[in-house]
Design a protein around this ligand. Structure first.
Ligand code: IPM
Ligand code: MN
Length: 431
């Protein structure tokens, strides 16, 4: 059954058990968007912590704009969650929320997870059931992180705004493995918690020669996990225009295969998958050297595939090239499910100030449209994703109304309004 063909009920309440003492606990707040067409897609909106709550409103503004100006409707279910929610209610999210995301939602938007001092009794990040629980529990094996520099975006270095990299020379997509590697144990524990299971603990190990207390995180890398990620990388290269330098379709395998066995398997798997794509150039790099090339010659990169922790670190540096974390969007993608989130995190310092850049969020909705369109064979949604991109590009090129991180003093909502009204104009012209 095609999920998008089902007319879904206007509102849903989940996680509520009759007879349970509720307090502020255990109930999912439900918000339904208004628009002329309801219910084609059901979207879980998880604002989370800190500034995640502000940017989530901008995600909703874009969804509402698309709904009001096309025949694509979005039923939005807002689920409160995260570290602050945990401090207030004793729950990372209401019971039934994971199941809603797994069984009901066609796509999910997540604002940010992380609240100062919010830790679970075992020391894990409170809210981890949400972000890490979904990554592992929904088998979202690829973390897609485009790094693209738009015209009009300066770089903040030494506290000054200058143009270091050139727009047009930075346009790559990094695919970070999202279910294994150094995160594996934490991911499994978080997914177990999200599903009410006994949390996984890795077996104890001896480390000869070490003294005193020892803490460790196993870093398993599987052929299967690598294969599906790398394949997605080659498939994405087919949809792109190649590297800015030469227009050549290229997939770069970034690892540390001179040192770790997991990376050796990753690279062997890369070579096997690459054989199926003779029209795409293979490229290799060690993660340490890649950090230099990423900054010095980003124009030679098209698609990059890498393991979990390397991808986490490399994409924060990559964000600098695109104007900072406020510009970095992402998609956590599996075969059946996906959630989309800005990479910047909850930025508690700026929470509640209507100050942060909503573009990472708006571009996450762009990725959501592209993913929904490709998954459901809806060309129009792919086109709508492109129009979101053009609206962001127009806003930035105009140079007015930038948030503080780009050297301006516009508010989060003002930038959101500017981009969404540009989008409305484009949509009403075309649809
Ligand atoms: C990210 C974040 C997360 C990660 C944190 C919040 C667990 O840094 O999405 O990049 O490390 O993956
Ligand atoms: Mn990160």
């Amino acid at each position: 059954m095609d999920a998008h063909l089902v007319l879904k009920p206007r509102a849903v309440t989940i996680g509520f058990r009759k007879g349970k003492a509720m307090g502020r606990k255990g109930r999912v707040h439900v918000g339904v968007a208004r628009g002329r067409c309801m219910g084609n897609y059901r979207i879980g909106v998880l604002p989370g912590d800190g500034t995640g709550r502000e940017v989530a409103l901008e995600a909703q503004r874009i969804l509402n704009a698309i709904e009001a100006n096309t025949n694509h409707g979005f039923e939005q279910t807002v689920i409160q969650c995260g570290g602050q929610h945990y401090m207030e209610t004793g729950e990372e999210w209401a019971e039934g929320s994971f199941e809603f995301c797994r069984d009901e939602a066609d796509a999910i938007y997540l604002g940010a997870i992380g609240y100062p001092g919010a830790l679970l009794p075992n020391g894990d990040l409170a809210g981890g059931s949400v972000i890490l629980g979904m990554r592992s529990g929904l088998d979202l094996y690829a973390n897609l992180r485009p790094i693209k520099l738009y015209e009009g975006v300066p770089h903040k270095v030494h506290g000054r705004f200058t143009q270091i990299w050139e727009p047009g020379m930075v346009d790559m997509t990094v695919l970070r493995e999202n279910t294994e590697g150094l995160y594996h144990s934490l991911l499994r524990r978080s997914a177990d918690r999200a599903q009410g299971r006994e949390p996984y603990e890795p077996p104890s190990m001896e480390f000869p020669g070490l003294q005193g207390e020892v803490a460790y995180d196993p870093r398993p890398i599987s052929e299967h996990g690598s294969e599906r990620l790398i394949k997605m990388g080659f498939d994405i290269a087919e949809t792109r225009n190649g590297a800015p330098l030469d227009g050549v379709k290229r997939v770069s395998c970034i690892d540390k295969s001179n040192v770790t066995r997991g990376c050796q398997l990753f690279r062997r798997t890369f070579d096997k998958v690459a054989e199926r794509y003779p029209g795409t150039e293979k490229d290799y790099g060690y993660i340490d050297a890649f950090m230099q090339w990423l900054t010095r010659s980003p124009e030679s990169y098209d698609v990059v595939v890498t393991s979990n922790m390397f991808g986490d670190i490399a994409t924060d540096l990559g964000a600098v090239l695109q104007g900072g974390m406020g510009m970095a969007a992402s998609g956590n993608i599996g075969d059946d499910h996906a959630f989309f989130e800005p990479v910047h995190g909850s930025a508690p310092k700026y929470a509640g100030m209507n100050k942060v850049n909503p573009i990472a969020t708006i571009n996450s909705i762009q990725l959501m449209m592209d993913w929904l369109g490709r998954k459901n064979g809806e060309e129009e949604l792919i086109r709508i994703g492109r129009l979101v991109d053009e609206s962001v590009a127009d806003h930035l090129r105009d140079g007015k109304g930038l948030t503080y991180d780009l050297g301006g003093n516009a508010s989060c909502s003002a930038v959101g309004e500017s981009i969404s009204s540009r989008l409305v104009a484009k949509l009403s012209e075309e649809f």
